[in-house]
Design a protein around this ligand. Structure first.
Ligand SMILES: [Ca+2]
Length: 288
């Protein structure tokens, strides 16, 4: 695998991280400039779900106590089955300044449960530090939310939002942000589609949709207004429910009798704000 590098030139305020373990590496004058840079890796165990949207960021803080800026490399080695967004991150750390790095840690769909480590090293000769990561298999069977963690896709996605936000397990509109929900990217243009897959046929009997509905952004003004709920079988989409004139945040759709489907999608036809489609969470269950 080729080494991927990110050059981070923007200093980020040091995030407050509770319960940290610290070690110090000194950047060499020849390759990394001068200055004493300390790396602090978030401690505690990071929990990831073995699914495309189940990754979590590992926070790494770099602090330079020297009077001159320094260029440093952080080498990152995940233990299988873990995957990290970077093998190495090269960054400038300003004098008497801090940089916070976020390394996305994930596990592929189908990974077994267990605890594994990500090794981090500041500079080529720095000491190794381990971050513990617990992998939880994607849930299945009666009572499990089969949509959790995806895979998921959308007709478009706005700005810094991610389609993953709609299957991240957080259905609380009060937490609405670019990371906890999906917002389409075609202002005023409909339909928009949001699709979750199961990797094979699954019997399902209940679908729950949360559209944006908070004190600040009530559903009657910001939620989905008109939409169809569809299931895929034999290469064709079948509508199991259509909603028109919705003003509520949580909608539940019993599928009776249960159907076997590879995928569920929401086809958004209009939103109450007339601009964007917004989904806080999509859940799919096989209850019985
Ligand atoms: Ca969510």
């Amino acid at each position: 695998m080729s080494v991927r590098k990110i050059i981070a030139l923007v200093a980020v305020a040091l995030a407050a991280v509770a319960g940290v373990a610290t070690y110090t590496g000194t950047a060499s004058a020849a390759r990394q400039g001068r200055g004493a840079v300390t790396m602090t890796v978030q401690s505690g165990t990071l929990d990831v779900l073995a699914a495309p949207c189940g990754g979590r960021p590992l926070v790494v803080d770099l602090a330079n106590s020297g009077a001159e800026g320094a260029y440093v490399d952080v080498f990152i080695t995940p233990e299988r089955p873990l995957v990290t967004s970077h093998d190495v991150i090269s960054t400038y750390v300003p004098p008497n300044g801090d940089v916070a790095l976020r390394v996305q840690v994930s596990a592929p769909l189908g990974s077994a449960g267990g605890t594994h480590s990500v090794s981090l090293r500041l500079g080529a000769r720095g000491a190794q530090q381990q971050a513990a990561v617990t992998v939880t298999p994607k849930p299945s069977g009666p009572g499990a939310n089969l949509a959790l963690g995806g895979p998921v896709s959308a007709s478009s996605t706005h700005g810094n939002f991610s389609a993953c936000g709609g299957v991240d397990g957080n259905a609380d509109s009060a937490d609405w942000s670019t990371r906890t929900g999906w917002n389409d990217g075609t202002r005023g243009v409909f339909p928009d589609t949001y699709t979750v897959e199961f990797g094979g046929p699954q019997a399902i009997d209940r679908i729950v949709l949360y559209t944006l509905d908070s004190a600040r952004y009530p559903a009657a003004r910001n939620g989905l207004q008109d939409f169809d709920v569809q299931v895929l079988g034999g290469g064709e989409w079948t509508t199991v429910s259509n909603v028109r004139g919705n003003t509520t945040g949580r909608l539940e759709f019993p599928v009776d009798p249960a159907v076997s489907t590879e995928s569920v999608r929401i086809v958004a036809l209009a939103s109450n704000s007339a601009d964007y489609s917004r989904i806080v969470e999509l859940e799919v269950y096989q209850d019985s």
